[in-house]
Design a binder for this molecule. Structure first.
Ligand code: LR7
Ligand code: MN
Length: 458
């Protein structure tokens, strides 16, 4: 039982909606798959379980065929197995499972989870309170070495970075304040990890299920997160519910068409439909993705119109103000020195290290920075920070407190002045040709910088 004490004594309504549990898998191991199924059966009140649906996404392993079919016949809860005719990916497999399910709520789980005591009631209770709330448990870590269950944190929530990778970040103070410090109350989260959540089945349909044009793996979690928030729903982590998940170091299966291609395609589909002009952050940092053919998204755009969904800027302002993507910014792209023609480079975005300077390569990645309306120079979640006279210029987590991360760009003189030290960003010194320096502002060409796509109207 991994709940905090206050969760253990919470009382939930008797009349909760029941749920179907949908688990999709491709070549999953026997032990982890059965651990998932047994934990659902053993740790859920049976009157709340409509059925368990296992969707086999064209696995090749023998034991997942007849052996599995015979095995689940003897379990105490109806377990249905659906087979995809061909490898379809987790998105279309989940759609198939959802279509076959009968419960009032659909609960999705990865095939290598362990549900713990009391996991289900708080999820269903929250949906009963508000059917447009999509709820996730706290996802604890199951070690992929020892398979030991390790309690995770109730102080993190979901976000994403410029490359559209899902990331955990600390729950910000504003959300702590909203819950008045009560750790048993759900956390409103900008995004979800994707694998473990419950949703009212009618709402799942109303809000447009999934984008069936997405292949294999990736992107569907952000797509659904943006869609829920922008179209009038909400997404929460219900902190009294704990489910463990085996975090694997590498993918155990193939990506037909190539991993990069598949993920880029899915991400393009979500960026094109939901992110409006903010898709530029993704495209400029990964210029290669704009060459990827992402198929037809007109059906999804029509969905967005029909549901009268709000713009991405609304989401950034109201749901994810601490996002790595600034809602207002002056420039996005390389920052080039006029004298040396070299570009600032974050050297692989290592926190607490000096920002570098290199030949400009025009390939996005480490040479993409944004000068934001808050006057920070950021690359994803890291900001240029100077804490001493004459430097160095370090990359630190952006803190939004101005302080040492406040820069004034003079669009006429082309200087980047660090406000606290009143010094200007300058070319490297003789000792270290790889890092820019801080010097008293002199108006020299070495202190002139060109910011890409600079617009002062932001
Ligand atoms: O082609 C496939 N067909 C499948 O049926 C590929 C995968 N799958 C199955 C697979 O067997 C598994 O049961 O789909 C499920 C998810 O695949 P994983 O376990 O390889 O994904 P993951 O845990 O690495 O990735 C997370 O992001 C994915 C993005 O598409 C999905 O949303 C996963 O469900 C999601 N997992 C979680 O949210 C658990 C917590 C991880 C974190 C953070
Ligand atoms: Mn997984």
């Amino acid at each position: 039982d991994f709940r905090i004490e206050k969760c253990k004594t919470k009382v939930y309504p008797d009349e909760l909606p029941n749920t179907s549990v949908v688990i999709v898998f491709h070549n999953e191991a026997w032990s982890t798959l059965l651990r998932t199924v047994y934990s659902v059966i053993n740790r859920s009140p049976h009157y709340l379980l409509s059925e368990v649906i296992l969707v086999d996404d064209a696995s090749e392993r023998d034991f997942l065929k007849l052996t599995l079919e015979n095995y689940v016949k003897n379990l105490e809860v109806p377990v249905k197995i659906i087979r995809m005719e061909e490898r379809s990916g987790l998105i279309r497999a989940r759609l198939r499972g959802a279509a076959a399910s009968k419960g009032q709520v659909i609960t999705f789980l990865d095939a290598h989870c362990e549900c713990t005591v009391g996991w289900l009631e708080p999820l269903l209770a929250r949906i009963k309170e508000d059917r447009k709330t999509v709820v996730c448990p706290i996802i604890d870590v199951i070690s992929d070495d020892t398979f030991e269950y390790m309690a995770g944190s109730d102080m993190t929530y979901g976000g994403f970075n410029w490359k559209l990778n899902f990331r955990w970040y600390p729950v910000p103070q504003r959300e702590m304040d909203r819950r008045k410090g009560d750790r048993t109350l759900p956390v409103r989260t900008p995004t979800m990890a994707g694998g473990l959540f419950s949703i009212d089945r009618n709402y799942f349909e109303e809000i447009g299920t999934y984008d069936a044009g997405m292949d294999i793996w990736g992107g569907e979690n952000l797509e659904m997160s943006f869609r829920i928030w922008q179209c009038g729903g909400s997404l929460e982590i219900v902190t009294c519910s704990h489910v463990g998940h085996v975090f694997r170091k590498a993918t155990p299966y193939t990506f037909p068409g190539g991993t990069g291609h598949v993920i880029n395609k899915n991400n393009r589909r979500l960026a094109e439909v939901w992110m409006d002009e903010f898709k530029d952050f993704f495209y400029i940092i990964s210029p290669g993705v704009v060459k990827v053919d992402y198929g037809d998204v007109s059906v999804r755009k029509t969905l967005r119109e029909n549901l009268k969904c709000k713009p991405f800027s609304w989401y950034l302002e109201n749901i994810y103000p601490d996002s790595q993507i600034p809602r207002r910014y002056y420039s996005l792209g390389e920052i080039r020195n006029v004298e040396t023609n070299q570009c600032l480079d974050n050297m692989g975005r290592k926190e607490n290290e000096k920002v570098g300077i290199f030949n400009c390569h025009g390939m996005g990645g480490n040479q993409v920075f944004s000068y934001t309306a808050d006057k920070e120079i950021r690359t994803d979640d890291l900001c240029l920070d100077v804490s001493r006279l004459n430097g160095p210029v370090i990359m630190l987590k952006c803190h939004h407190m101005r302080g040492n991360q406040l820069w004034e760009y003079d669009a006429e003189r082309l200087t980047l002045r660090h406000v606290n030290s009143n010094q200007c960003l300058d070319e490297p010194s003789e000792e270290d040709k790889m890092v820019p320096t801080m010097q008293d502002c002199s108006g020299s060409r070495s202190q002139q910088w060109l910011l890409r796509n600079m617009t002062l109207g932001a």
